[in-house]
Design a protein. Structure first.
Length: 459
């Protein structure tokens, strides 16, 4: 089975390193489609799509029922995340808090993002369920707030900040593939892309040691290393990639603040400090045909074993996997086995020989899955087992879907996708088949429940 185009041991991390980075990473959790206040004239939130990883999450703010509109009464409460900008003068924050209290709105937590000429205050609020979003916005702006933005929050936002920060730093420290996922969780709904060093689209200033700091206040500006002074807060953030090149983060709303830029940079610096790392866990499984295999995360040092597997594959198998000249197959391995571009799994025989590779590659709102199983191990259930584990990784990462690109005659990949027992969408163009599997929504704070039962998830 083969499908899809080409696409270290974890170091001991001292408590001091994690604590230092955690101190600079005040957790910011953003989910759902956001709303801007009608008074500002700004449009609804959401991120533009580019190659990379895009965050998502809780449901957008919904219009209340006519019976509840404007009443502010109800037996339940609703959690909201709200940002507003106030003047940096005594009493301005107090006026906003008083306006919220007058409407029986509880302030669960508050973060402040200092600016040159004001402060962005970010609230987690518990409001009466009958209070409409428009009334909440009007109350805040009537008390002196500006550029008000809000979205529905959920129970995840109630977790205390130190716990969130330490969890984020720990996951990043243990696995280099976690960096784009951690940035998404840190910055909310955003699109994260990467540009290799020397490629088009990388500002020259990033190679010259210039600063990477955003300045000013307002929408639709870019934070880069140009050293300029834009008049607006940025909706684009550029960071140096620890592997070389550029990480670009885009978020339509709300604009990034200098505080958020500092948090993101601290996370990237932690990743750079620790270098390449992949969890070492290895699971032993029995596939449906009775063979015993080992399954573990693939690492950059697996390139020689992967090249040997390529040599044992027939040209037809390699062509189905890489969709191009089979002589080019080996050169794709450097990218595919780099944990910064996704998560890869290796299938091993009891004697340690690699006989299969699976890749979960970050690609915009979705994730691509790609498989290669050498000919002698095909039709033994290896591909199905490998694909299910990749989908588990995608579900654990909070992805909404995965897709596979295959030749339309690749019946093995089609069968493996169907064996997922997930809703599938098929698109065919010029003999190329794209199969997209929709993943179930997570609930209760854990990963999404999948149709099959796997008792031992990979780390």
């Amino acid at each position: 089975m083969a499908a899809g185009p080409a696409g270290g041991a974890a170091p001991t991390v001292s408590a001091a390193v994690l604590a230092t980075v955690a101190a600079g990473l005040l957790w910011h959790r953003g989910r759902g489609t956001a709303r801007r206040s009608p008074r500002t004239g700004a449009c609804a939130g959401g991120s533009t799509g580019t190659t990379g990883i895009t965050g998502g999450g809780a449901a957008p703010a919904e219009a209340p029922s006519p019976a509840a509109e404007g009443t502010g009464t109800g037996t339940g409460t609703t959690l909201w995340r709200l940002r507003t900008t106030v003047r940096d003068t005594p009493g301005t924050l107090g006026a906003v808090c008083t306006a919220l209290a007058d409407r029986r709105i509880d302030i669960v937590s508050l973060q402040t993002h200092p600016l040159a000429d004001g402060t962005v205050d970010e609230f987690l609020l518990r409001a009466p369920s009958g209070l409409p979003a428009t009334a909440l916005e009007a109350a805040v702006e009537g008390a002196g707030g500006a550029d008000t933005w809000l979205e529905r929050a959920d129970a995840h936002d109630l977790v205390d900040m130190p716990t969130r920060v330490l969890g984020l730093a720990t996951r990043t420290a243990l696995d280099a593939a976690e960096l784009p996922l951690a940035l998404r969780r840190l910055l909310g709904r955003c699109t994260i892309g990467s540009t290799p060093a020397g490629q088009p689209g990388q500002p020259e200033e990033l190679g010259g040691g210039a600063r990477e700091e955003p300045y000013g206040h307002g929408p639709l500006q870019e934070a880069d290393a140009s050293g300029g002074t834009p008049e607006a807060l940025p909706t684009v953030m550029r960071l140096r990639d620890p592997a070389g090149g550029l990480i670009t983060v885009r978020r339509a709303q709300p604009p990034f603040t200098p505080t958020e830029f500092a948090r993101a940079r601290a996370l990237v610096e932690l990743d750079a400090l620790l270098g390449t790392r992949v969890p070492r866990r290895r699971d032993v499984l029995t596939v449906p045909q009775g063979s015993e295999i080992g399954l573990r995360r693939a690492r950059p040092e697996d390139r020689p074993a992967a090249r040997s597997m390529h040599a044992r594959c027939t040209p037809a198998t390699l062509a189905r996997r890489y969709h191009g000249p089979v002589g080019d197959a080996d050169r794709y391995l450097t990218h595919l086995l780099d944990p910064r571009f996704g998560q890869s799994l290796a299938v091993e025989t009891p004697d340690g020989r690699v006989v299969g590779l699976g890749h979960l590659l970050w690609d915009g709102d979705e994730s691509e899955v790609a498989l290669l199983v050498e000919d002698a191990w095909q039709r033994r259930g290896v591909g199905t087992t490998l694909l299910r584990r990749l989908v588990e990784l995608a579900a654990d990462a909070g992805r909404e879907s995965v897709y596979a690109v295959a030749q339309s005659a690749n019946t093995g990949m089609v069968a493996a996708m169907r064996a997922l027992e997930l809703p599938l969408d098929y698109q065919v163009e010029d003999g190329t088949l794209v199969i997209t599997a929709a993943l179930p929504t997570a609930s209760g704070g854990g990963p999404a429940a999948l149709p099959w039962t796997v008792s031992d998830r990979p780390a």
